[in-house]
Design a protein around this ligand. Structure first.
Ligand code: UT7
Length: 327
C-alpha cells in the first residue's frame, strides 16, 4: 500500500510581537484576563507587506529544504487559508510560482482552522490513489488584517502564522497519514463570519457598507461547539483504525484557547506530557495553527520519526476534523 509520508516541515511567523500589555493600551483588557480565559500571552502580527503568500512561501521553502527536494519534483501545491492575498487568484498559485514548482498544479482550500487537516486529507488521498507522488500542503492565515482592533472580545485572540509539510508516496512503510475524519455543520456559519467582501455583499455594490468588514465571532457558541466536538472527532478517527488514545504519542490540537485544549485532552484521557501547546506565543493562527504547532513539536524533539501524532481542528464553517499520522 502507498502511504503519504511527511518528508519535511517548515514554518513562518511575522517578526512583530504584540503582547497582552500592548493590547491593554488599545482596548479595555488586561494580561490577567487574557491569560486566565485563553492562555495567550502574545501573538505575531503581519506588517502591510506581509501576507498569506509571503508567509506560505517562507514556510514552503523551509519544508522543501528540510526534505532536500527540488521544487520541480512537486505535483501539487495546496494552501489551506481563508485569508488569501486576493479573492482570486488562489494564493497557492503565487506560492507555486515563487518556490519554482514548475510541474505542480495548485489550489486553495477554505476550511479555516481545520484547513491543514482538510488539505492533508486531500493530499494523502491523491498520493494513495497514485495520482500524485509529492505534494506541498500549507496552512496559513493572516486574521490580524480582519480583526476589529477596538473589539476586545476578538482582537486578543488571533495572530498570524503559517506551517507547511511536504508529503511523499512511499511503499512498504508503516509511517504516513493513517486516518482522517472530516466534518461540517453549516447551520453554524453565522458564528464565525466575515460578512462583507464576498459575492453576497461585494465591495463593488452598496449593501456591504452596512455589513461587518471585520471578523465576527460568537465566542461562547464556538467554545461550546469546540468542547463538544473536538474529542468526538478524535475518538471517531481512533475507532476507524482500531486504536485507543493510549497509542497516541503526541496530541497536537488547534491552538485557539488553552481551556479548550485541556478539555479535549481530558475527554481523551491524555496526560499533559502528551499534549502540545504553543497558544501562549502565537494566539489563534487559524489555518497556520496546527502545522505551526507540529513544526515546533518537531524542533523541540517532542515529535520524532515513527511516533503517532493526532491533530484536531475546528473553526469557521462550522467545520472540524481530526487526523492520525505516524510521523
Ligand atoms: O478558531 C476559531 C475558534 N474560536 C475559538 O476557539 C474561540 C472560542 N471561544 C473562546 O475561547 C471564549 O469564549 C472567549 C475567550 C472568546 C471568551 O471567554 P469566556 O470565558 O467565554 O468569556 P465571556 O465571553 O463569557 O466574557 C466574560 C466577560 C464579559 O464581561 P461581563 O459581560 O461578564 O461583564 C466580557 O465582556 O469578560 C468580558 N471580556 C473581556 N474582559 C477583558 C470579553 N473579552 C474581554 C477581554 N478582556 N479581552
Amino acid at each position: 500500500m502507498t502511504r503519504a509520508v511527511v518528508a519535511g516541515i517548515g514554518h513562518a511567523v511575522p517578526p512583530k510581537i504584540v503582547t497582552n500589555d500592548d493590547l491593554s493600551k488599545l482596548v479595555d483588557t488586561n494580561d490577567a484576563w487574557i491569560v486566565q480565559r485563553t492562555g495567550i500571552k502574545e501573538r505575531r502580527v503581519c506588517a502591510a507587506d506581509e501576507t498569506s503568500s509571503t508567509l506560505s512561501i517562507e514556510a514552503a521553502n523551509e519544508a522543501l529544504q528540510d526534505a532536500g527536494w527540488d521544487p520541480d519534483s512537486l505535483d501539487l501545491v495546496i494552501v489551506g487559508t481563508v485569508t488569501g492575498d486576493n479573492i482570486f487568484p488562489a494564493t497557492s498559485c503565487m506560492v507555486q510560482d515563487a518556490i519554482g514548482a514548475r510541474n505542480a498544479g495548485a489550489f486553495d482550500l477554505g476550511a479555516a482552522c481545520a484547513g491543514f487537516i482538510y488539505g492533508t486529507a486531500v493530499a494523502a488521498s491523491m498520493i494513495e490513489s497514485g495520482q500524485c507522488k509529492r505534494i506541498l500542503v500549507v496552512g496559513v492565515d493572516v486574521l490580524s488584517k480582519y480583526v476589529d482592533w477596538t473589539d476586545r472580545s476578538t482582537c486578543v485572540l488571533f495572530g498570524d502564522g503559517a506551517g507547511a509539510v511536504v508529503l511523499e508516496g512511499r511503499e512498504g512503510t508503516d509511517r504516513g497519514v493513517l486516518e482522517t475524519v472530516l466534518l461540517s455543520d453549516g447551520s453554524g456559519a453565522r458564528h464565525i463570519i466575515l460578512e462583507a467582501g464576498g459575492s453576497r455583499y461585494p465591495i463593488t455594490g452598496e449593501e456591504w457598507k452596512s455589513k461587518n468588514r471585520h471578523l465576527y465571532m460568537a465566542g461562547a457558541e464556538v467554545y461550546r461547539f469546540a468542547v463538544n466536538n473536538m474529542g468526538d472527532a478524535c475518538l471517531r478517527a481512533l475507532a476507524e483504525i482500531g486504536m485507543t488514545s493510549d497509542e497516541i504519542d503526541l496530541f497536537v490540537p488547534h491552538q485557539a484557547n488553552l481551556r479548550i485544549i485541556d478539555s479535549a485532552a481530558d475527554k481523551l484521557g491524555l496526560p499533559p506530557e502528551k499534549v502540545f501547546k504553543n497558544v501562549e506565543k502565537y494566539g489563534n493562527t487559524s489555518g497556520g495553527s496546527i502545522p505551526l504547532a507540529l513544526y515546533e513539536a518537531v524542533k523541540d524533539g517532542r515529535l520524532r520519526e515513527g511516533m503517532v501524532v493526532m491533530t484536531v481542528g475546528f473553526g469557521a464553517g462550522l467545520v472540524w476534523g481530526a487526523n492520525i499520522i505516524r510521523w
